[in-house]
Design a protein around this ligand. Structure first.
Ligand code: ZN
Length: 225
């Protein structure tokens, strides 16, 4: 049985459509948010290939992400590796406190903005109370038994980005070894009907696979006794 996990970054308006698909197929996922960037209304976050990418308003976060896992993606999405220790600690700690206030539950996962991480960043994130984080390096193919669970949970390696050309090959390799398959991305990378349909087919395919089970990270790392 392969455990399948996914994370989606940045708290975008397009997450609403993505979540519609996830709910239809009972797929679990984590969303990595920057609580310092959500405003009273929806806000333009950047322009990607001529398309405007909008962020959700703060007031809609709770309802949009209901039933999904919430991770911090820092407070304001800086490159954490270039911050002072004080700024770094603030980004890690204040984002967690704000998210816990918004969602009224513990936030234990972290995704490094730009996947940029070093030892100081990692240890600061750990000290701020996070228990796992998406690591900057992808999973090696020849994992030891126990796979990524053997490594540091603050550098938990993803299998691949969701648009990786070898997505299914990597999935199959984990499936045959009863491993962990973990992909990530941004909903704004889904452009046009065809891509959305292909994405839904992928989620449906995993949900229908009797050898696969969707998993939250808090299920993979149960609370310490
Ligand atoms: Zn991001």
């Amino acid at each position: 049985m392969v455990k399948v996990m996914q994370t989606w970054d940045d708290g975008l308006v397009a997450d609403i459509d993505l979540i519609g698909i996830l709910r239809r197929h009972r797929a679990k996922a984590a969303f990595c948010l920057n609580p310092g960037l959500h405003q009273d209304g929806r806000s333009l976050s950047w322009v990607r290939e001529g398309r405007e990418i909008w962020r959700l308003s703060r007031g809609e976060l709770y309802a949009v992400y209901d039933g999904f896992e919430i991770w911090s993606h820092s407070l304001t999405h800086p490159d954490l590796t270039v911050l002072s220790r004080e700024q770094l600690a603030w980004e890690a700690r204040a984002s967690r406190e704000l998210l816990e206030e918004i969602f009224r539950r513990q936030v234990l996962g972290f995704a490094y903005p730009f996947n940029a991480c070093n030892d100081v960043v990692k240890e600061t994130v750990r000290a701020a109370g996070y228990r796992w984080a998406r690591g900057p390096r992808p999973q090696e193919d020849d994992l030891p038994p126990g796979g990524p669970l053997c490594g540091d949970p603050l550098e938990f390696p993803p299998s691949c980005h969701f648009l990786a050309p070898d997505f299914w090959e990597r999935y199959d390799r984990q499936r045959f070894r009863d491993g962990v398959f973990f992909f990530w991305g941004h909903s704004c990378e889904l452009v046009g009907t065809e891509m959305w349909q292909e994405f839904e087919a992928r989620i449906r395919g995993i949900s229908l696979d009797p050898q696969a089970e969707w998993c939250f990270f808090h299920e993979l790392f149960p609370a310490r006794q």
